[in-house]
Ligand binder design. Sequence first.
Ligand code: CA
Length: 220
Amino acid sequence: MEKILVVEDEVELNKMVSDFLTNAGYLVSSIYSGENFNSEVLNFKPDLIVLDLMLPHKDGYSLLRDLRADNVGVIIVSARNMENDKLLGFSLGSDDYLEKPFSLKELLARIKAILKRCKSPISCTQDFSTRLKINEAQATIAHNGSTQTLTYLQLEILKMLVSNPKNIFSRAQLASALSIAEERTIDAHIKNIRKKLCSVGLGDALITVRNIGYKYEETP
Ligand code: CA
């Protein structure tokens, strides 16, 4: 049974979401502040976290920043709906962002999409020639002895680019292939992927093709 941690300080809303997800067949744990977040993540080992941003003690951004669990999907649910909020959320590793008020059906659809993505990543056989080593199970990339951990979405985007070297993918293509609701957030993901590629010495390989999209091409 897949496990979902609901982090929401509005008691009624928390209960409504938790009951709904329980009825949808998930094992749900609910917390109402950021206080016990890390210990709950450690103990409950959720597959996915539904995370409110404005919380007592610690806001959702700090929680995301401190989140050390691998292989956990995160969907932010917040009344804060500015572009910057979303981009910050994505840069901290969240997989999706749902604005309040939202429909429970929509939440469930997004949750299913993330869990599906987490479970069955696009298969990545390393039959293409690349110096970058991708470890799907650990969600890491490595090159020249340096390793970086990626979020699911970062990994999926990168895999798509790397397994089709020199092919240019538009934002729309990447978004639709990976069921990402908002095309504009691709740029933020790319920026984060590029940072991690830089850390392993392959920052130049992720190329922005002006007005078209992105491609992966290692320089010899
Ligand atoms: Ca709140």
